[in-house]
Design a protein around this ligand. Sequence first.
Ligand SMILES: NC(=O)c1ccc[n+]([C@@H]2O[C@H](COP(=O)([O-])OP(=O)(O)OC[C@H]3O[C@@H](n4cnc5c(N)ncnc54)[C@H](O)[C@@H]3O)[C@@H](O)[C@H]2O)c1
Length: 336
Amino acid sequence: MIPKLLIEDNEIDLTDYTKVVAIVDKDVHKLHGAFLHKHFKDIIFIKSKEKRKNIDNIVPILKSLTDRNLDRNSCLVAIGGGVIGDITGFMASIYMRGIDFIQIPTTYMAMCDHIIGKVAISNVKKNVFGSFYSPKRTYIFKTFIKTLPQKLINQGFAEVLKNYFIINNKELKKIIMKEKIKTEDLIEAVKISHEIKSFFVKEDPRDTKGLHKALSYGHTFANAIEKIDQNINHGEAVLKGMILAAKLSYQLGLLKEKEFLEHMNICEKLERKFDAKIKIERYNIDNMLQSFKTDKLSCGGKMKFVLLTKIGKYEIIEVEEEQVKTLLLRECENDA
Ligand SMILES: NC(=O)c1ccc[n+]([C@@H]2O[C@H](COP(=O)([O-])OP(=O)(O)OC[C@H]3O[C@@H](n4cnc5c(N)ncnc54)[C@H](O)[C@@H]3O)[C@@H](O)[C@H]2O)c1
């Protein structure tokens, strides 16, 4: 079932549930304590660190849910970014074989991307344990956008661009092309992103047809960059990843020049706006190639990428290592 997206709906409907526990990012609590205490009585605070998205951290929280006697008609509410969303959703998916959870995303990334479909935690490897599990409802409150640093807004906006490149949604394009992107535009982009992600989840709920792979446009490159350089901002890595994916699409003759230039124009505009320019000349090319071979899209050591044949039309294509190497070497020359 596709969860409802409720925008600025101050009534958080919890009437269906015997018990409700809010799982809240400690830092969000510091900024939005009054909001949280107005709506929730029972709150568990968690530090939102990527390394906390881990089974060892989750077991004590699950135990505390049993101490609270949560039953099958209880509900967890995730209030934070993607880390809190993943931890809460994962716990909801396994507690008593699955109880409801509600999302109140507070980062722009979580508002755009962590709204539907799946939840995962990381042990050994990022997002290796997880479930296909959607929240019952998602509430979007502008108040959280107001306290977000620009860098965190950029992260989510890179995912908005990705949605445009794979779907070619005209309304999204209008927002992307605006000189000044206001809070209302950000919210509108959340609504459209929700519709796009809902389409994929409705068509292919458990990703058995492989449709969700489209949502990883640019991410094979981004994952490699993030693996090598842990200080990099995810949104910037995704932006650079989409630039490299478009260049590879063009190099292979899949994407025509006009569309390629349009794609580059949009990405470069965002790079300037967000003062984001990742230079891959700093990275070891062999390490990047190795990472592509073990990416979730690839299999048997072959490299696969989501590439564009048009804006709004993608294919998953196996690419020879030499071609990818040529792309990376050219990019290093450009960066130097
Ligand atoms: N399951 C999915 O579909 C899905 C989709 C996208 C991302 N994710 C996961 O989400 C995680 C990344 O999420 P994220 O980017 O939201 O990071 P995050 O949850 O770590 O939050 C980033 C930072 O923002 C702070 N923050 C949160 N809300 C704030 C606010 N309103 N004002 C000021 N600061 C605020 C947090 O305290 C934290 O320091 C990754 O683990 C990724 O794998 C999952």
